[in-house]
Design a protein around this ligand. Structure first.
Ligand code: MN
Length: 281
């Protein structure tokens, strides 16, 4: 067993397209172990593109590591936010970006997905054929759904569906949500900008993820299908497959049959928000 290498060995595919209505692709992404991130910039006149690229560039400095901790990821987020807020007039000032994705984490020797989200790009997990949205949108529509004043079907048509409540930059001091999810061999994570679910519903996304075994083919087909259905927004899709995952059973010797102690809320199959930093700054 691999005791010193990455806790999660993954292969990935990535695709992006400006779509049919937008002149510029303001999405940026990073797909290099141990980080798989998508940022969807906003601001127009290429400002959004500058903001999303600045955030991705900040995280690119962490590639090549076996795993990252929540603290390391959050520190990179703070640096990224500072960079976006410092963008000069005419080159991104006032722009903002979303950020979502997964980072490979090592929790006491076991492989975890550290998922993060800020805004309305999305991270999904396909596990044993079941597609689950891990991230929770920071959007006006999501707040209306949560309060019971809007149902999910109406939300897809609601004119406020593009209004987000947290971003990096754009005057927001919102913090990302973090989730720690025990990784399993065979997990397929999907990280995408809102241009994908804007064109394909969850069933359509799941169908392609199940039909295309190769992650690059899956990513390409997801984006192609979203363009074919209208491509009203920029579309980015990363598909990340866990080939091997180090778990307690593969780390410990055969005679050690002690089950993992359910220490804290980190060891839990359920995904849920994990409060990291209290309040904004
Ligand atoms: Mn978008």
């Amino acid at each position: 067993m691999n005791r010193t290498g990455a806790t999660v060995v993954a292969v990935h595919g990535a695709a992006t397209d400006a779509g049919l209505r937008r002149a510029v692709n303001e999405d940026s992404f990073l797909a290099a172990a141990p980080l798989y991130l998508v940022a969807d910039g906003m601001g127009g006149h290429q400002a959004g593109e500058i903001a999303s690229a600045a955030v991705i560039d900040e995280f690119a400095g962490l590639t090549g590591r076996m795993s990252l901790t929540v603290d390391e990821v959050h520190a990179a987020f703070l640096r990224a936010r500072h960079r976006v807020e410092a963008l000069p007039p005419g080159a991104g000032a006032g722009a903002g970006t979303t950020l979502t994705g997964v980072v490979v984490a090592d929790i006491e020797g076991e492989g975890y997905w550290l998922a993060l989200n800020l805004g309305d790009s999305r991270t999904y997990r396909l596990s044993r054929g079941v597609l689950e949205q891990v991230s929770v949108d920071h959007s006006v529509v999501q707040e209306l759904i949560d309060s019971g004043s809007l149902d999910a079907v109406s939300a897809a048509q609601d004119p406020r569906r593009n209004v987000i409540t947290r971003a990096i930059g754009a005057g927001s001091d919102g913090e990302p949500d973090y989730w720690l999810i025990p990784a399993e061999r065979g997990d397929r994570m999907l990280v995408c900008s809102d241009g994908l679910p804007g064109e394909l519903d969850a069933d359509g996304i799941r169908e392609i993820l199940i039909a295309e075994a190769d992650p690059q083919r899956a990513a390409t087909r997801l984006v192609d299908e979203a363009v074919r259905r209208g491509g009203r927004d920029n579309i980015t899709a990363l598909v990340v497959d866990a080939l091997t995952v180090r778990s307690r059973s593969t780390v410990s010797d055969d005679h050690d049959t002690t089950p993992p102690s359910p220490d804290a809320d980190e060891i839990d199959g359920d995904t849920r928000p994990r409060a990291l930093a209290a309040g904004g700054s």
